[in-house]
Design a protein around this ligand. Structure first.
Ligand code: GDP
Ligand code: MG
Length: 619
């Protein structure tokens, strides 16, 4: 392949890739700048001046709707791709990506149908382009744009604004500095009235990117010729004028094929008395080569700016990709790995909250240092150990026979009753820590940057940690309740041994009698003493629990949360299938779409950069 072919082919490939991504010039597409940086060729001219015919002869194939009246009603972006010789020719539409057309009559029909799909079977126009690629060993690499013809008046069925609308549409293509203008004028009209030249002059005053094409040379009045135009005397352009003879409507009706048409065109020039001396520089084949050559020089000149645009775009895309997060792997193993990584990232942050570094863990200490002691202090022992209640309980425990020495049963009942009250603060501590942990999980999920993309996984982690924390809470509750029950199930004998022995005191009052001491047992002082003994025992237990409840809570909840918050989740996901894993990694669809676009573009731009690197040094 020659340098020329590879250079233009390169631009073509980049343009094709841009097109597939929806990045072609115009619109509010933010990615269209590369397309616009690359040269393209657009045909401009009055209606029925022969634009579509010229394009067809450049391609060497019949595939465009042609005829009188407004036939081309949407821009047609036509990309020609040269393939290896011997390969079958085929065409492909962007809007029908899976279908290969080998019958070019069907291509023409599809262009008509696709035009009608947007505009209806009317004479209206639309500026939504149709994209068509032709792959053939017989074409040169080129991107050509066929446009509706410029008109002067609105005909029946067209809005009043049509003249202006067409002109604006055409202008939007040809005003781009990278657009090469094929200005088509029919030779059987005065060049001074050419719409093509009028518009071209407006957008390209120096004429450096305008190619004047004169069609219908065969239709000129006998005795006249177009030499003044073709030789640049009528209207000077920097590029040479090219004369063309396309098929007439009669030829089209007779199905004169392209090969024959090209031969007839060659013969026309070779045998023409007027243009014979210019024969090698006339005709559609020559025009195709001329364009291709021009395109090459344009591309060569643009390479530095294209390269810098590509590099800039790559930088932008890379940073956007970083922002969006890298794409997720497709195989189950890698997905599992990704999920575990994400869980670990979350877990790290959660631990930082507990261990310090991030706030929140201190609130657990707050539970032990403030809430628990305050709750213990507030327990209604005063009421439980009121004189009245003590008397009632002791009497009930005694039954019909009053106690003799100390009310053993009464003591036990009073103590058991009191200790029951510790259940409340014990459970409350468990709950309070549970809520702190839950809140820290919530915060940690929110703070795990890597998880932001994965709402589904976020929810799964929240659910899994929620379950774990519930389990820890249940376990912790059982443990603290057991602590309280343990206190109630065996009383510290030592404590009671140390109590001053009432019986001896009351039993042997100096000079008192033994009967009086029995009465004495039921005095207020007696019950008050019992209450005070029970109270100090309960206080001792309270001090113990104030220390042991936090130990139990930390052991069952905090330590477990740190060590095995996601263990259960890990075993669960280990059993999941690929499909379930990818569901967990479901992303916000908009984000996914954006990343895919970004990734494809990045790939395209990088490939383009590599190609340009390899091509631009070949001479
Ligand atoms: P467009 O509207 O500019 O795209 O023009 P078309 O390519 O559709 O051609 C309009 C009509 O002019 C068709 O009937 C063509 O056959 C005819 N035509 C175009 N070029 C030539 C030419 O060089 N010679 C002759 N005899 N007819 C031509
Ligand atoms: Mg046309």
């Amino acid at each position: 392949m020659t340098t020329m072919e590879s250079l233009i082919g390169l631009v073509n490939r980049i343009q094709r890739a841009c097109t597939a991504l929806g990045d072609y010039g115009g619109g509010d597409n933010t990615f269209s700048s590369l397309w616009e940086a690359l040269p393209s060729v657009a045909v401009v001219g009055g209606q029925s001046s022969g634009k579509s015919s010229v394009l067809e002869s450049i391609v060497g194939r019949d595939f465009l709707p042609r005829g009188s009246g407004i036939v081309t009603r949407r821009p047609l972006v036509l990309q020609l791709h040269k393939t290896e010789s011997g390969q079958q020719e085929y065409a492909e539409f962007l809007h029908l990506p899976k279908r290969r057309f080998t019958d070019f009559a069907l291509v023409r029909k599809e262009i008509q149908d696709e035009t009608d799909r947007i505009t209806g079977r009317t004479k209206q126009i639309s500026n939504v382009p149709i994209h068509l690629s032709i792959y053939s060993p017989n074409v040169v690499n080129l991107t050509l744009i066929d446009l509706p013809g410029l008109t002067k008046v609105a005909v029946e069925g067209q809005p009043e604004t049509i003249v202006e609308d067409i002109e604006n549409m055409v202008r939007s293509y040809v005003e781009k500095p990278n657009c090469i203008i094929l200005a088509i004028s029919p030779a059987n009209q005065d060049i001074a009235t050419s719409d093509a030249i009028k518009l071209a002059r407006e957008v390209d005053p120096s004429g450096e990117r305008t190619f004047g094409v004169l069609t219908k040379l065969d239709l000129m009045d006998k005795g006249t010729n177009a030499l003044d135009v073709i030789e640049g005397r009528s209207y000077r352009l920097q590029q040479p004028w090219v004369g063309i003879v396309n098929r007439s409507q009669a030829d089209i009706n007779k199905n004169v094929d392209m090969v024959l048409a090209r031969r007839k065109e060659r013969e026309y020039f070779a045998t023409s008395p007027d243009y014979g001396h210019l024969a090698s520089k006339m005709g559609s084949e020559y025009l195709a080569k001329l364009l291709s050559k021009h395109l090459e020089s344009v591309i060569r000149a643009r390479i530095p700016s294209i390269t810098s645009l590509i590099n800039k775009s790559i930088d932008e895309l890379e940073s956007e990709m970083d922002h969006l997060g890298r794409p997720i792997a497709v195989d189950a193993g890698a997905q599992l790995y990704t999920i575990l990584e994400l869980c670990r990232a979350f877990d790290r942050i959660f631990k930082e909250h507990l261990d310090g570094g991030r706030p929140g863990g201190d609130r657990i200490y707050g539970v032990f240092d403030n809430q628990l002691p305050a709750a213990l202090r507030k327990l209604p022992f005063d009421r439980h150990l009121s004189l009245q209640n003590v008397r009632k309980i002791v009497s009930e425990a005694d039954g019909y026979q009053p106690h003799l020495i100390a009310p053993e049963q009464g003591y036990r009942r009073l103590i058991e009753g009191s200790l029951n009250y510790f259940r409340g603060p014990a459970e409350a501590s468990v709950d309070a820590v549970h809520f702190v942990l839950k809140e820290l999980v919530r915060k940690s999920i929110g703070e795990t940057q890597e998880l932001k993309r994965f709402p589904t996984l976020q929810a799964e982690i929240a659910a899994a940690t929620g379950e774990s924390l519930e389990r820890f809470r249940d376990d912790s509750k059982k443990t603290v309740i057991r602590l309280v029950e343990m206190e109630a199930s065996y009383l510290t004998v030592e404590f009671f041994r140390k109590l001053p022995q009432e019986v001896e005191k009351g039993g042997n009052p100096p000079g008192g009698n033994p009967a009086a001491s029995t009465v004495d047992r039921y005095t207020e002082g007696h019950f008050r003493r019992i209450a005070s003994n029970v109270s100090s025992y309960v206080n001792m237990v309270s001090d113990t629990l104030r220390n042991t409840i936090p130990k139990a809570v930390v052991h069952c909840q905090v330590r477990e949360a740190k060590q095995s918050l996601l263990n259960h989740f890990y075993t669960q996901i280990g059993k999941k299938e690929g499909k379930q894993l990818s569901q967990m990694l479901d992303e916000d669809p908009a984000l996914m779409e954006r990343r895919q676009q970004c990734a494809k573009r990045l790939e395209l731009y990088k490939a383009a950069r590599d190609e340009i690197d390899s091509v631009s040094w070949v001479r």
